[in-house]
Design a protein around this ligand. Structure first.
Ligand SMILES: [Zn+2]
Length: 114
């Protein structure tokens, strides 16, 4: 993912409108790119700041809040990855089960034909 793409996803990320595929790539980029992380921090601060004005809450640990939000996102991506892996494993198992069944069926047909 390029910086351009990552920075385009900052607002969707904060608004939780980002797709799961984009989220995984976005988090990877944010962890490795200082520039985009700062961009995210700024947007996050503005977003939290506006909400703070609305709610009238006092001091707020913005960096901590961002880190917590990122951690939740990482867990979300990890969970998705696990589901995908599990689904892949089940699909693979199903494929082989069907393949073996077909093979056995075919063998019976061939033997029956003799
Ligand atoms: Zn970047």
């Amino acid at each position: 993912m390029t910086c351009r793409e990552a920075q385009r996803l900052v607002t969707p990320y904060i608004n939780k409108e980002i797709s799961d595929d984009d989220l995984a790539e976005f988090l990877k980029h944010i962890d490795s790119c200082e520039e985009c992380r700062e961009e995210l921090e700024i947007y996050f601060m503005v977003d939290v700041g506006i909400r703070q004005l609305d709610e009238g809450t006092g001091t707020y640990n913005i960096k901590g809040a961002l880190e917590a939000a990122l951690e939740i996102s990482r867990q979300h991506v990890r969970l998705l990855h696990m589901i995908q892996t599990a689904r892949y494993a089940v699909n693979t198992l199903c494929f082989w089960a069907v393949a073996v069944l077909l093979f056995m069926q075919a063998r019976m047909w061939i033997q029956g034909g003799i």
